[in-house]
Design a binder for this molecule. Structure first.
Ligand code: ZN
Length: 319
């Protein structure tokens, strides 16, 4: 069983784990909510539990795994295994030795990597990016994350590459959750879109977005709620999604001008739900800003779905 690896995708709301063989096949998987109390240690404990459950399904002891990779938000230091400033995780403003803690709990090697980067690598090796040598991954969800594969290899920069959500699309523009102004995420991130919808609704704009949210008992405007509102012809939802597409097209095209990749892979909760539906306006918007507009890169929707992050994390042991 030496060729089996574990992968853990650590998200703000859920922990997804998978046991993956050397061909990329998933032999076991488990998911549980990210605990909101107990801090980083409590989160690590649930991660270990969820991985044990997946390993049980695959019929393997965690100690027999070749290793376990973790895709983490915040600043995940691949060299030290320390995760810092993961602000969307409970009480995780400081640093926590995640790899060392999990190694102790699971009895096998643990590596950490950036969640979006590993999901991009999963699409590159096994998903929508398989036929390409270079690509930009754009994960359109709560925020807008990015990952890079150049010449067949992951590009991490000094550790913080791929922050496509903070490419500026409007100088002095809308306030971004990062505190700066005019970032792509300030227009396209799900949280920023929700804040703007709330603001306009309080100013009197008509919308069913919040009615739908309550009716379906969601704590926030999920991608499913946005889709329902669009299907009902909700004007505010339409205008905010159009604004998001415009920002995405602008920011992605600017990044393409710099990198010149063969492909752009669109993933994330909103990206997977809306990628095909808005492919035409998105590529049209990109076209306005592409320097080489006769030769645009391929734009594809991520194909690995919810498991992509965990599978990508397991690939940290194949790099
Ligand atoms: Zn920003």
């Amino acid at each position: 069983m030496a060729d089996l690896r574990g992968g853990i995708d650590l998200g703000g709301t859920k922990i997804q784990t998978a046991i993956v063989d050397s061909g990329g096949e998933v032999l076991g998987q488990a998911r549980r909510p990210t605990p909101t109390d107990g801090g980083p240690a409590g989160v690590a404990e649930q991660m270990a539990e969820a991985l044990r459950e997946a390993a049980g399904q695959a019929g393997v002891e965690t100690a027999a795994l070749e290793g376990v990779g973790v895709g983490s938000p915040g600043d995940a230091d691949e060299k030290t295994g320390v995760v810092s400033g993961a602000k969307n995780l409970p009480d995780w403003d400081g640093s926590f030795p995640l790899a060392a803690t999990l190694k102790e709990a699971l009895g096998t090697e643990v590596r950490v990597g950036n969640d979006v980067q590993v999901a991009t690598e999963a699409e590159f090796h096994l998903g929508a990016g398989r036929e390409f040598e270079s690509l930009i991954g754009v994960f359109w969800g709560t925020g807008v994350g990015g990952g890079l594969v150049l010449g067949g290899k992951p590009w991490l920069g000094r550790g913080a590459a791929g922050e496509i959500g903070h490419v500026v699309v409007k100088h002095g523009g809308a306030k971004c959750p990062c505190g700066r102004r005019g970032c792509m995420e300030a227009y396209a991130g799900r949280s920023a879109m929700e804040a703007e919808a709330r603001r306009q609704h309080e100013d009197g704009a008509k919308t069913d977005l919040f009615k739908l949210m309550h009716k379906h008992e969601k704590p926030r405007l999920t991608s499913g709620i946005w889709e329902r509102a669009l299907d009902h012809g909700d004007d505010l939802a339409e205008s905010l999604i159009d604004r998001a597409i415009e920002a995405l097209g602008t920011g992605i095209a600017s990044s393409v001008n710099l990198i010149d990749p063969e492909a752009v892979i669109i993933g994330g909760g909103l990206g997977v739900r809306f990628g095909e539906r808005f492919m035409e306006p998105l590529t049209k918007e990109m076209g306005k800003h592409l320097f080489l507009d006769e030769e645009p890169p391929a734009v594809r929707v991520a194909s690995l779905g919810d498991l992509g992050g965990a599978v990508g994390a397991s690939l940290l042991f194949t790099r």
